[in-house]
Design a protein around this ligand. Structure first.
Ligand code: FAD
Length: 212
């Protein structure tokens, strides 16, 4: 199915015309930004933790130290994961109408762990392949201890929504002649010039990097 049927949780009430529930849109947002924020509740207290995420098919993954309080607390619970791309600052004629252009995705679901060592290694390789194509075979192979010390968590992309805001300022007609600049100032995140580590020997090929 190419559409996530909106549930009571994922139906947009505010600005419903900015909603999307099709898989292609939600996947594209997840694939364009490896930074996610994961919301969960520990001992009745809400937490939101930023982390790297990657998508494989209809699942999203994230990883970290097996000693991470975050990863241990969230396992087996229901969580909410968001990814946000900011595309522009929207300047209107009044402060009230200022806003931002964005594409965001919000996922709800149960958090499970990837436990099989071979599958864990395959998932970590996939994470690296997505961000640094071709780098995995060049690396010092991962040790069994490193694999054990890494927790990988996953959530299905079942209950999900996207919200996309890409509009010029929506000033009311009586404000439109107000003599102040109005429009969009684009925002972008892009790769800069690689800076070698001080102990990186000269002459080695630069890595391929895919971010966004
Ligand atoms: C970068 C950025 C800046 C924003 N700034 C503001 C701001 O300053 N003030 C403000 O009020 N709002 C802002 N928003 C919009 C905000 O994310 C909410 O959509 C909005 O506040 C309405 O919240 P709600 O709980 O009433 O939405 P509802 O429509 O009641 O939410 C119902 C369901 O819709 C879906 N949904 C809602 N919002 C989003 C979303 N952003 N992405 C994906 N799915 C969503 C979820 O599944 C949610 O459970 C911003 C969004 C982004 C990405």
């Amino acid at each position: 199915m190419s559409q996530h049927a909106p549930t009571d949780r994922t139906r947009l009430r505010r600005m419903g015309h900015k909603a999307a529930h099709d898989k292609a849109t939600i996947h594209a947002i997840l694939d364009a930004c490896p930074v996610a924020h994961v919301g969960y509740v520990v001992d009745g207290a809400p937490h939101v933790t930023p982390t790297l995420q990657w998508r494989e098919g209809d699942r999203v993954f994230w990883h970290g130290s097996a000693a991470s309080r975050f990863l241990r607390a969230i396992l087996g619970t229901q969580a909410c994961l968001t990814v946000t791309l900011t595309d522009g600052l929207v300047l209107a004629r009044s402060g009230f109408e200022h806003s931002i252009s964005y594409r965001s995705a919000m996922l709800f679901g149960p958090v499970q762990a990837v436990t099989d060592p071979a599958e864990k290694e395959a998932r970590l390789k996939e994470m690296m392949d997505q961000m640094f194509p071709g780098r995995w075979p060049q690396l010092r192979p991962m040790t069994a201890q490193e694999l054990k010390a890494t927790t990988i968590l996953t959530m299905p992309i079942d209950e999900a929504s996207a919200k996309i805001s890409a509009e010029m300022p929506d000033d009311p007609p009586e404000d439109r002649l107000w003599p102040v600049w109005a429009g969009i100032v684009p925002l972008e995140t892009r790769l800069g010039t690689p800076e070698p580590a001080p102990d990186c020997p000269p002459g080695l090929a630069l890595p391929q990097v895919k971010f966004g």
